[in-house]
Design a protein around this ligand. Structure first.
Ligand code: GDP
Length: 426
């Protein structure tokens, strides 16, 4: 049994959480390998509706071991809140393991994220203000705190002292706020850690052994390909790699372990935050798609912000699937489009110099791109009860087939609603 990655082809919010929840039923391990509490996975199942930010999406299956891997940004407060919420809503205690090598999002990271977004004003990136950019910046500047450091208060204090020499200069002289006392920080962190320290272990060894035994492992990406810092729409990207290629690193598995890259593709486009978004709709058209999208409209699972809406973008999605290394695709939210007579899709970008391209360009060119649209026939009916591809109306089948040929990846699963059972395989 190989390892399966579930990742996004677009800007995030493709419905990865739902698909992980579906596939977790056949897995022994579900692993988060990057990102932190800056994006939410919506899951609707027998226990109700959940928006998970830190917890892996396998927590609803008592037989699944859920791992928060070394590549993640551990937000201890959010994790504790999510665990408390599961308990309050009668979900059986999940099996959870936190990597001792994961690094911890510090209160100073959240504060700096907020202060910087305020300083940037209209030039901001639409950060979720969960501290993710300052966190990863410090991780790679070797100023971060590993989970294991929290078992050693003396070492923790030293690490924080080193960090705060720099941060306090920034706080006072760039943002004009008060410096922060290291002892206060240590106390806050140790208090937060006390709620979750029993979950910490060497998850790399655990996963390597599970892999050697051939156990089914699911690695779960956050956000989508177009948010990857190397291959996405930089700087409107996130701060950790959202690609399946990073999954073995962020999880702690051999690079050749990933055998299957299930890439989740949304039947239209949606995006949270700033940056070029070529197929973006405005006004009534956008409002209607937003209202009908997802399980209760397209609003950010972390911030509640209205998502920016657009038509399906073949240029961006083909690229997203390519950089993910997609071996198969899941098309989600097909049901949402059932109100349209005709469905526009973007087949190319017209650049400032009048040239039309069908390959995803760098941000400088993307900024000027205008969509070249064609329309496909709508099906004008409700698909949410349909469970086999053959039963879909012909126009819906054609829409799926068109997307499949445009992205060059077999669409093996189609999702027609937010619930676990609203899927069909082909
Ligand atoms: P994720 O981060 O990729 O898991 O995506 P989000 O949870 O942020 O957003 C996906 C939204 O779409 C959620 O509201 C899901 O409940 C919803 N959803 C997932 N699949 C479908 C689908 O096939 N149809 C509809 N209508 N909603 C879906």
């Amino acid at each position: 049994m190989t390892v399966t990655a579930i990742v996004g082809a677009n800007w995030g919010d493709e419905g990865k959480g739902k698909m992980t929840d579906v596939l977790a039923a056949q897995s022994s391990y579900v692993v988060r390998f990057q990102g932190g509490s800056n994006a939410g996975h919506t899951i609707i199942n027998d226990f109700g509706k959940f928006s998970l930010h830190m917890l892996p999406s396998g927590v609803f299956y008592p037989n699944v071991t859920n791992i928060i891997g070394p590549g993640t940004a551990l937000d201890m407060e959010i994790l504790t809140k999510e665990l408390q919420e599961l308990k309050a809503r009668n979900v059986p205690e999940p099996q959870l393991k936190i990597s001792e090598r994961a690094q911890v999002v510090l209160p100073i990271h959240r504060l700096l994220d907020e202060l910087e977004e305020e300083r940037l004003g209209a030039k901001g990136f639409g950060s979720t203000r969960r501290g993710i950019a300052p966190f990863y910046a410090d991780k790679y500047a070797k100023l971060g705190v590993q989970v294991a450091d929290l078992f050693h208060p003396h070492r923790l204090r030293e690490r924080l002292q080193q960090l705060m020499v720099i941060k306090n200069v920034q706080l006072q002289h760039l943002y004009g706020t008060n410096p922060i006392n290291v002892d206060d920080m240590v106390a806050v962190l140790l208090e937060s850690f006390s709620f979750i320290n029993s979950y910490v272990e060497d998850t790399t060894m655990l996963l390597q052994q599970a892999y050697m035994k051939g156990e089914p492992i699911l690695v779960e990406g956050q956000l989508g390909a177009l948010r990857d810092p190397d291959h996405g729409i930089y700087p409107y990207s996130t701060s950790s790699s959202t690609l399946a290629g990073y999954a073995p690193v962020g999880a702690g598995l051999p690079p050749y372990a990933i055998g299957n890259v299930i890439t989740v593709v949304k039947a239209y486009s949606s995006c949270v935050g700033a940056g070029p978004f070529v197929t973006e709709l405005h006004g009534d058209e956008a409002d209607e798609l937003r209202r009908r999208g997802g399980d209760a409209g397209e609003y950010g699972a972390t911030t509640g912000r209205p998502r920016r809406m657009g038509w399906f973008d073949t240029v961006a999605t083909r690229y997203g699937c390519m950089i993910q290394g997609a071996t198969e695709a899941v098309l989600t939210n097909l049901d949402v489009l059932g109100y349209l007579d005709d469905i526009p899709v973007c087949v190319g970008y017209e650049l400032a110099d009048g040239i039309t391209i069908d390959q995803f360009p760098v941000t400088a060119e993307l900024q000027t791109a205008k969509p070249v649209l064609r329309t496909l026939k709508g099906w004008k009916c409700d698909l949410s009860h349909i469970r086999s591809f053959e039963e879909l109306p012909e126009a819906a089948q054609q829409y799926v087939q068109y997307i499949e040929s445009s992205i060059g990846v077999p669409i093996k699963t189609v999702s027609v609603g937010p619930r676990r059972d609203q899927v069909m395989t082909r």
